[in-house]
Write a new protein. Structure first.
Length: 213
């Protein structure tokens, strides 16, 4: 357990994740991170019961006028789950409260809602997130869609082709489109993509990672 946790923390420094699953199974811990030019996020949570997770997160965010570091205590909860013969849909609520520092400082909060739908071959996600603190308003709205070319067993790694469109208020890069290759296994999620590949000014690689242990 300690070796796996150390590996997860080490990988999170260089990799970055937004995933449909915001928590693992009961009594599991999950590490999620995101890395790009405008934002670097790291979150670690623990799920004491199915549908609930508590944790901590840190977010470095570069806006068009200032740069801030936000550290939060967070909660993720499953509002509703729809089980279908060939898929599943989920509605989530997440929130964090903490402290912002940097060019502006003070009390911060970051509620969000997320809907996702997934089968063994197709995937869709929509998310709205508010990040607020004194003189800070980094609100983000995003949608993702993807598909897998073939099904695999639970023990095998399944590749997905995914595209995300995101718009963010007051960030240095306000509109982002990211095509990516996603690899999912039973305890990890890895995504490699390029944001705005057609635009030399905002083009940047993006690496996402999620680990469950």
């Amino acid at each position: 357990m300690h070796a796996r946790l150390f590996l997860a923390l080490l990988l999170s420094i260089t990799f970055s994740a937004q995933a449909a699953a915001l928590m693992g199974f009961k009594d599991s811990a999950m590490l999620m991170s995101e890395f790009s030019n405008d934002r670097k996020e790291l979150m670690l949570n623990y799920s004491p019961a199915l549908g609930h997770a508590f944790g901590v997160e840190t977010m470095w965010m570069r806006g068009d006028k200032q740069t801030n570091l936000i550290t939060n205590i967070n909660y993720a909860g499953l509002i509703k789950r729809w089980n279908m013969p060939n898929g599943q849909a989920n509605l989530w609520f997440m929130t964090g409260i903490g402290e912002a520092s940097g060019d502006s400082s003070g009390f911060s909060y970051s509620p969000s809602v997320q809907f996702d739908y997934e089968t063994t071959r197709i995937y869709f996600l929509a998310k709205a997130r508010i990040v607020r603190a004194p003189h800070i308003q980094y609100d983000t709205y995003s949608v993702q869609s993807g598909f897998s070319l073939y099904e695999t067993s639970f023990e095998e790694t399944q590749p997905w082709l995914v595209i995300e469109a995101k718009t963010s208020e007051n960030m240095m890069t306000k509109n982002e489109v990211t095509p990516a290759l996603r690899l999912i296994n039973q305890n990890y999620f890895l995504e490699l993509g390029i944001t705005n590949p057609w635009d030399a000014a905002s083009r940047t690689p993006r690496l996402n990672l999620m680990l469950t242990f």
